[in-house]
Ligand binder design. Structure first.
Ligand code: PHE
Length: 358
């Protein structure tokens, strides 16, 4: 019986078949169970030996059953896992590719031009104080840019705005703060931290409290340039702007300067670029303001430096500065008719700049 049982167990190909074998031999009314039950009918002297014999058979069958069950269970599990396996070599779901925002594309173009000319690129804080944004730039108290209508003033800023306070130190006196109305305060910050000669461009957001329309937003971007050294002249400024125009619009680009007023430069000018637009027309494109750094700016920088224990190194230096808006360039380059499209995050607009970076 043991021999047949073990043959049947080995032959059982599924857990169900094995269960049937189990019932047949060691179930409640199985063959082995019945043999055990029949022991009582034997004469007492035979019972013990026969009982031991049947038990040995039962144990052998049970052991074979357990072993086969483990094998079948593992096979079933392997089959299940194989059926559910994920083929990691299959191509994944395509993710939409991002791309540079048109404003950043224009910044890249501009920054590449200035890096080639040896300029350093910096950014600077968007929350400024009145001194850096206006006073140090020779912008008098009566200048209209300071009006509530033109500037986002901040009502309160925490005392820790200037950095962590020393233990026990009195909080810094509160200073009028605002969202910077231009990138020019970085001229001051950069000069306070660095000695001439220097060439730097500042990129970043600026804010003006004004009604929006197709060409005005209350937040926009600027690229500011500053060069300081000895004997820097208006010719250097004109050459630099012309070089930028050629970088943007090709070797034939022409530039035009018209006298203008900015308190932090003297003389001051607005500059425009003559370019062939995609419709084949040639037009003057007003790009920004520029001029020779006003001596009062150098003086304000030296005053700030002196207050920090640094030497006065700017009085008597010469330099030029310029500022322009990448939105202007991007709108014409990419034929975007309304400045508000840049910031609306409408995928129908931004999606056109997906894919190729740069
Ligand atoms: N800061 C000026 C503006 O925002 C632009 C400018 C920069 C003009 C540098 C002259 C020199 O309008």
């Amino acid at each position: 019986m043991q021999h047949e049982a073990i043959q049947e167990i080995t032959a059982a190909g599924t857990l169900e078949a094995l269960q049937a074998v189990k019932t047949k031999y060691v179930g409640k009314s199985g063959l082995v169970t019945r043999e055990l039950g029949a022991l009582g009918k034997l004469p007492p002297e035979e019972r013990k030996a026969r009982g031991a014999e049947i038990n040995a058979v039962r144990q052998a069958i049970q052991a074979a059953l357990d072993e086969r069950e483990a094998v079948l269970k593992r096979e079933a599990l392997d089959a299940k896992l194989a059926g559910e396996a994920i083929d990691v070599t299959l191509p994944g779901l395509p993710l939409p590719a991002g791309g540079l925002h048109p404003i950043n594309r224009v910044y890249e173009d501009l920054v590449n031009i200035y890096e080639r000319l040896g300029y350093t690129v910096v950014e600077g804080p968007e929350v400024e104080d009145e001194h850096h944004n206006f006073e140090a730039l020779n912008v008098p108290w009566y200048h209209p840019a300071r009006d509530l209508q033109d500037t986002f003033w901040l009502e309160e800023v925490p005392a820790s705005f200037n950095g962590p306070l020393e233990p026990g130190a009195a909080p810094a006196p509160s200073v009028p703060r605002l969202l910077r109305t231009h990138t020019s305060p970085m001229q001051v910050r950069y000069m306070v931290d660095h000695e001439p000669d220097l060439k730097v461009v500042v990129r970043g957001k600026v804010y003006r409290y004004e009604a929006t329309d197709a060409t005005h937003e209350s937040m926009f971007h600027q690229l500011e340039g500053l060069v300081v050294g000895d004997g820097i002249s208006m010719a250097d400024l004109k050459g630099t702007i012309a070089e930028m125009a050629r970088g943007l619009y090709g070797a034939g680009a022409k530039v035009r300067f018209q006298p203008s007023y900015y308190p932090f430069v003297e003389p001051g000018a607005d500059f425009a670029v003559y370019w062939d637009n995609p419709r084949g027309e040639s037009k003057w494109l007003e790009l920004g303001g520029c001029g020779m750094v006003h001596p009062n700016v150098f003086k304000a920088v030296d005053d700030l430096r002196e207050a920090q224990g640094k030497p006065r190194v700017y009085e008597g230096k010469t330099g030029f500065a310029f500022g322009l808006g990448p939105e202007r360039i991007a709108m014409l380059k990419y034929k975007i008719p309304d400045i508000r499209y840049f910031y609306a995050n409408d995928p129908r607009v931004i999606g056109q700049f997906r894919g190729e970076l740069g």
